[in-house]
Each structure stands twice: as C-alpha cells, then as structure tokens.
Design a protein around this ligand. Sequence first.
Ligand SMILES: [Zn+2]
Length: 55
Amino acid sequence: MKEEIRCGGCRALLFKCETNAVAGAIEIKCRRCRQINQLRPMSPSPSAVRAASGE
Ligand SMILES: [Zn+2]
C-alpha cells in the first residue's frame, strides 16, 4: 500500500512510499513553500511537525 507524503505547510505532494518503507527520520524540503518537513516512521503525517517550521 502506497502512502502519500505531503507538505505540512502547503499540502503539496512530496513523495510516495510504501507503508513502513521508512526506517528512520527524514527531512525533506518542500520545493513549493520551502518548508522543511521532518518525518518519522512512528508519525508519518507532516502536520505533526508544523512547530518546527518556524511559522
Ligand atoms: Zn510546502
């Protein structure tokens, strides 16, 4: 099953991966709004890391 990982700031699609495909933390910068999304396997939703964006 594929999971869509979206930007926590603008909801742009960042990438797709299989569920549990990610073993460690990921940082990915949104090319649209330049927000850095920090993703973790336990909580793959970027919306949980909005506090780290410096908004
Ligand atoms: Zn974005």
